[in-house]
Every structure is written in C-alpha cells, then in structure tokens.
Design a protein around this ligand. Sequence first.
Ligand SMILES: Cc1cc2nc3c(=O)[nH]c(=O)nc-3n(C[C@H](O)[C@H](O)[C@H](O)COP(=O)(O)O)c2cc1C
Length: 225
Amino acid sequence: MSDDRSVEAAVRARRSIRAFTAEPVPDATLEAILSAALCAPSGGNLQPWHIHVVRGDTLDRLKSAMRLAHEAGESEVPEHAIYPESLWDPYRTRRFQNGEDLYRTIGVERTDKAARLKQLSQNFQFFGAPVGLFFTIDRRMGAAQWMDLGIVMQTVMLLAVEHGLGTCPQAAWALWPDTLRRTLNLDADMMVVAGMALGHEDKAHAINTLRTTRQSADEAVTWHG
Ligand SMILES: Cc1cc2nc3c(=O)[nH]c(=O)nc-3n(C[C@H](O)[C@H](O)[C@H](O)COP(=O)(O)O)c2cc1C
C-alpha cells in the first residue's frame, strides 16, 4: 500500500539530512508546507506552537554570530535538557551507536574530538541549508503541549519530503537560548524547543549516506487482547 505519493512512502523516505546545497527554497513552497503543517492536531486544539522562518540576512547574521561564539569558546545556559542526565540502556547504547554511525560516514574517529566538535558546530550553520526553522512554545506549557509541537515538526518534515526537500530536526539549538531570543525577538515567556534545517539535500555529501535503524514492531509494540 505504498506508492510514491502515499503517506507511508514519505514516512519511510524521510531521514535527517546534514548537508544541503545552496539552492533556495521558493517562498510559495515554504508557505505551502507550513500552512498544511498547521493542520496538525493538538490537545484541546490549543495549537501551542509558533514557527519562525529564518533565511536571507537574518540567517547569515545568526550563522556568523554562531561562528564567532564558537571561535571564542562561548556557551549559554541551555533552555532545556536535550536528554535526561546519564542515559541508561537501551537508550544510551542507541545514542552512542547513532553517533558512531554518523561520524563513520565522514571518516571521523571516536578519539578525534576536534573533528567531532567541528561536525557538531555544523548544526549552527543549519548544515548549509538556505532555510532555518525554529519551533517555539510558551514555557508555561507542559509535556502534552510539547507533544503537540513534535507532531507539527514531523508534519513539516513529511510535507518537505513531498516537495522533494530534506530536513534535519535540531534540538541542539536549545543550547543557544540567548542568541535565539535576540535573533527571533522572543518574549520572555517563549522558548525555542528545537530548530530545523530545510532545503535541498546535497546528495554528493558522505554524511547523507547515513541510514539509521529502528526496533522491529516485535520489540516496540505489545499487543493486548
Ligand atoms: C526532536 C529531535 C531533535 C533532534 N536534534 C538533532 C540535532 O540537534 N542535530 C542532529 O544532527 N540531529 C538531530 N536529530 C536527528 C536524529 O538524530 C535522527 O532523527 C535520528 O538519529 C534518526 O535518524 P533519521 O532522522 O535519519 O531517521 C533530532 C531528531 C529529533 C526528532
């Protein structure tokens, strides 16, 4: 039941893209993706999300601010914890494996901290994508509303597939709340949950050869009755 246009095909085709070409994404495409994504459901129809689209001058300014911050060895107090402290198994092993697989695609050894940090810092250049999205939420919202926001993010990612575009969701941006507050002009109540790079995949780049694995339905699903 999965032809090229099916939801299943998009779900299976989506993967995180970490190198993009400079080819621009037309405004009409962005508008089509974002307006459709806003059809996502939310508890009580609160729609507790806001999406910031960053491109052009603003994108350039943010990217150079991030380059300078990294060169100066700066850091900020993270907006939220990306992972629980000291992850336990099986999550710890999965995360470790994911990192190993990612760095292997670009020939970076585990011991090569500098090369790893350099790759990590690519997050803050949106991996070369011409569009950066930020998903914000009112900090008074709870886990249920964060779930709503995750649904919107996945909806954006699937619609991007339909438009032949790649994405990478980026919790890493939670590490830079002050810079983002200034860039996006956020009210004190609003916080960035995650960013997302969006654009055309650089198909020649080794990092995009990464294919991640998943648990089987036997492992992840329990049937009752
Ligand atoms: C909420 C969320 C945050 C993520 N944050 C980052 C990130 O900051 N940087 C990054 O390179 N990948 C990030 N990822 C991508 C995951 O590593 C990726 O989804 C996972 O390894 C599965 O691979 P796939 O997306 O290619 O299927 C994030 C994914 C999600 C869902």
